[in-house]
Design a protein around this ligand. Structure first.
Ligand code: FAD
Length: 459
């Protein structure tokens, strides 16, 4: 930390217990500059974007982050030095007009494009789907989308699973068809929105806007973006916020170690953290906000990277699908062989099964993944040399992967989440962006939005 930053930090910290950093304690009360001192909670994309924008406009800002790293759900692992891998977000989804693309361009960050056109799907027994079967799967996907579209025309909302119930009954006589339907629901809906088909709202599951264009990933990992946004910011790591006490004159933020005081606070805590009540608000949040928090869903998407001595799967394919016997088990895989010439596979588990396996040991997860790959490519395939596994639902500072629209929620609730409270509490984070929730660009845009709200208020 630079000396200038240290001085600013000391000015912001008010140690309730009377630490030497604040002399005798007693608060930063009367002499505060009225234009603004802002505490940003969370050094993920939303928090960093907000803090950077405020700082660029000359404001005093400190970012409090619970982890010992920045980035939040954007987390590039360097465990395999020759191949940085993203354990959280991987792709700029839709590169055209996407603010992540602008940032990446400004940094001249090298990117690779994966393509859904380069995909292959395997039956439950491991056979590759024939062209006719692929066409059948495609047709089933269209039927699912049509059933959901029809459900969106009705007044009463139902879950995605309920909306496709009639289809389930139609295909029930055939076990193979039921499995294919589950595969479509899992790979096309649950993997994308992270919520279970039993909870996703048929009316609103797909309410987000999308950018057009390819899906691009970063050669050196997504972290290049958060590192850039964090440049020159005052960031306090390992500060686990426990309580936010707000009033007319100031806001106090109590961490496990100390108390910070400022004129306002920007809360970018993930939806799952806010739902868990691990951070207490005094006075409590307005009821509309509490209602929105409870109604929206926090989904799960977990990753398992497997590194092999050689690629034993087709080299020209990016996406591999498996129609599993049990719903949602290792349905989707990404290969890094074509795009990065690396014999690495990334297996996903989302929603209910993604949550379930977090209780398993690493060995159980790898064995389960290898069982599926064995079905697809034969029992003689090599064991992985190494693996990397995520557990986002049990991560206390994420409590899930990203938010979704659950039955009983509506997109407008995200606007309620985003609403400032009495000029003291401001909210950002992917869940608070009604048009682009669940994404990196949504988180980033929410950070810019909150900075604009604050700058408007104080000028
Ligand atoms: C597995 C996975 C895959 C994804 N894939 C993609 C993708 O390919 N493309 C895409 O666009 N998006 C993807 N996303 C979504 C994207 O990562 C998120 O929407 C985005 O990173 C969220 O940013 P945020 O700032 O809102 O939240 P976060 O990044 O979670 O930031 C919140 C911060 O608050 C901190 N915090 C939590 N509790 C406390 C506390 N008590 N005190 C202090 N600090 C606290 C956290 O540690 C964190 O740093 C993916 C997410 C996951 C998990």
């Amino acid at each position: 930390m630079q000396r200038r930053d240290l001085l600013k930090l000391l000015a912001l910290i008010c140690l309730g217990g009377g630490s030497s950093a604040c002399g005798t304690g007693g608060g930063s009360g009367g002499g505060m500059a009225r234009r603004g001192r802002t505490i940003v909670i969370g050094a993920g994309l939303a928090g960093l974007a907000a803090a950077r924008e405020l700082r660029h406009n000359g404001e005093d800002v400190v970012v409090l982050e619970a982890r010992d790293r920045i980035g939040g759900r954007l987390w590039t692992s360097s465990a395999w030095p020759d191949m940085p891998l993203d354990l959280g977000a991987t792709w700029i989804h839709g590169v055209r007009s996407n603010p992540m693309t602008d940032l990446a361009d400004a940094l001249q960050a090298r990117r690779l494009v994966t393509s859904y056109d380069k995909s292959a799907t395997y039956h439950t027994n491991g056979q590759l789907l024939t062209d006719a079967e692929e066409a059948h799967s495609e047709a089933l996907g269209n039927q699912v989308r049509m059933a959901l579209h029809n459900a969106q025309q009705r007044d009463a909302d139902v879950t995605v699973r309920q909306a496709v119930a009639a289809l389930t009954q139609q295909v029930q006589p055939s076990l193979a068809a039921t499995r294919l339907l589950n595969f479509v629901l899992s790979s096309e809906i649950e993997h994308e929105y992270a919520g279970s088909a039993h909870h996703l709202s048929a009316h609103w599951y797909d309410s987000a806007d999308e950018f057009e264009g390819d899906n691009a990933l970063f050669v050196h990992g997504f972290q290049i973006i958060t590192d850039y946004l964090a440049t020159d910011l005052l960031i306090e790591l390992s500060q686990v916020v426990k309580a936010i006490v707000w009033g007319e004159h100031e806001v106090r933020v109590l961490t496990e170690r100390m108390t910070f005081t400022a004129d306002r606070v920007v809360v970018t805590l993930p939806l799952g953290v806010l739902q868990s009540s691990s951070v207490q608000f005094t006075p409590e949040l307005p009821s509309a906000k509490r209602h929105a928090l409870a109604a929206l869903g926090m989904g799960v998407l977990n990753k398992c990277y497997l590194r092999f001595s050689r690629a034993f799967w087709p080299h020209d394919i990016d996406w591999l699908g498996h129609v599993s016997a049990q719903h949602g088990v290792w349905n989707e895989w990404v290969s890094f062989q074509r795009v990065a010439q690396m014999p690495i596979l990334l297996g996903f588990n989302a929603a209910d099964h993604g949550r379930e396996i977090e209780a398993w040991s690493d060995q159980q997860i790898v064995a389960s993944a290898m069982e599926t790959l064995g079905i697809m490519f034969g029992s003689n395939i090599p064991q992985p040399n190494a693996y990397q596994i995520t557990r986002w639902a049990t991560d206390p500072f994420a409590r899930g992967a990203y938010s979704y629209n659950a039955l009983g929620s509506a997109p407008a609730m995200r606007d309620t989440l985003a609403m400032p409270v009495e000029g003291k509490l401001f909210f950002a984070g992917e869940a608070s962006h009604s048009a682009h929730f669940g994404t990196t660009h949504g988180a980033y845009l929410s950070g810019l939005r909150v900075a604009e709200q604050i700058l408007y208020q104080i000028r």
